[in-house]
Write a protein that binds this ligand. Sequence first.
Ligand SMILES: [Zn+2]
Ligand SMILES: [Zn+2]
Length: 384
Amino acid sequence: MAKEDFYKILGVKKDAKPEEIKKAYRRLARKYHPDVNPGDKAAEDRFKQMSEAFDVLSDPKKRKVYDQFGQYSDNLAQAAEAGATGSTYARGAPFDFSGFDFGAAPSQGTGSGSFRDIFADLFGGGRAEREPPRPQPQRGADIEMPLSLTFEEAITGLTTSLTVNRSEQCSRCHGAGDTGGSVVTCATCKGTGQVQRTGGRLRFSQECPDCGGSGKRRPPCSLCKGKGVLPKNENVKVRIPAGVDTGSRVRIPGKGEGGRLGAPPGDLFIITNVGRHQYFTRKGDNIYVTVPITVPEAALGAKIEVPTVNGKAQLRIPPGTQSGQKFRLRGRGAPSLRDANVHGDQFVEVQVTLPKVISEETKDLLRKYAQMNDENPRVTMGLE
Ligand SMILES: [Zn+2]
Ligand SMILES: [Zn+2]
């Protein structure tokens, strides 16, 4: 596909002066810029064309190559520099569009005629005089901290002190990051307005937080070095409510990172990790425990004492209780996180344990018991 002549695209003569080219481009860019024609594909194409033309014709070296070959590519430029003749290069070689980014491409910057400067002129009223955008007030980030608790502490709740590695709004600049003064190039992004961030294995560019993407800023505050916040190791009193479990998030308001420009700080979130208990286990607000009972207790029934997470409780074992039977003690479980007055239940599984038969007297008793109760449980269950 034949390319339209760059001079025609910009509507200038072959011998136009750089200033005329720049002027023509500005006039056209104002008309066809995508920001002015959102969603207009034709305008966008037109804009790309004229930007391509301007990129070449505004650069004396590129323009020379273009005038010589009727087209421009980096290869041609290299060849021209190496003294190669135009005949080795067929006309119509594709324009190298790779890396051609209209937004903010520092690589396209060719001194005073770069796209960035032109656009700043067009839409910002002049880059040099433009006020860098002030950083916006920004709430501080939340902080998460793990905390290990014993099983009992999770049931009863706990008040403790934690050293939190947080930050607080800078007292000198009040979070602005600067204290006024004349505008300089942002040191964080070296004037590009973008910073590289790593998210997992990905690297991506992000608007520079220190200059708001403008690449310019006032000299940073000497106390906080422009961060707007100062690191602070603070002893924070933390109240863990009764009933937390592993993975509960306890919010401590205002103890996250400091806010910018008077914005409030973030919150601190304690993520609890609850240890195991010697004999209790817990599912939600319910507590489970296995309790041994004797053969006479199981056979004759009994009132026994069982441990619960909030003291001992009476449990009635009915006569004829089998091993593995479960009993519920209502309201004797863990307190609910939502309402400390509401408790889960405790489930008690009884396990019938055999007596240690040592004395002859006991053995005689058991023989007598066997004679008196000659039932065979295997026959009862149909196994024999
Ligand atoms: Zn910056
Ligand atoms: Zn400061």
